[in-house]
Design a protein around this ligand. Sequence first.
Ligand code: URA
Length: 238
Amino acid sequence: MDRLDKILANLGYGTRKEIKSIIKNGEIKINGAVVKDNSVKINPYECSIEISGENVDYKKYIYILMNKPCGVVSATFDNFDETVIDILEPKYQSFKPFPVGRLDKDTRGLLIITNDGKLNHRLISPRSHVDKVYYAEIDRPLNESDVDKFGKGIVLKDGYKCMSAALHIMESTQDGSRAEVTVQEGKFHQVKKMFNSLGKNVVYLRRIRFGPIKLEDSLEEGEYRELSKEEIESIKKI
Ligand code: URA
């Protein structure tokens, strides 16, 4: 049970003050009856809420899939740069969401954004072994010995030994190469550091899969959508 004005404010229908006046105006119906008391407590899962004749679809959590653009930071707030939360519509910002893990400022691609703290913890834990797949462009050629090193666990320049990762070479020339990399860890600059330790540099990085969730081609950089029911169920099973 929660206060009606708080529930509607959390859903992004206005400030507590604005909602108070909407309620006073008799614009809200609970189970079909007008309610004029803003302090009334309801269980939003068990009753129908209408605002000016429109049904309110109540939910506590949101789950968003964003194709993160280059130049935007994976944070809820930043003093200098635009964040992934800044580019969401206010109706999503009102849920106070945050990104699940981080992509570097210059990394593009699949980012899950939610306000479900429990799920976030599970998804970012290395013990969950969630596959994260990246499309990477590298400034040098790649070869089978690199594939082998990724499989055995790359040792970073600081001495940290990475978990086994899969490197799939798509194209390799003297001028550079293209590959898909699957890692289960999510350390800071993980993929870039793995290539760096082989004396190569990542020049373009895009995440294309996170566990069962794939980034579709139709979602342009900077666009986002809510995850489907099936997708939410699939990540909750992780
Ligand atoms: N690895 C990186 O180096 N950067 C990212 O943004 C994600 C994985």
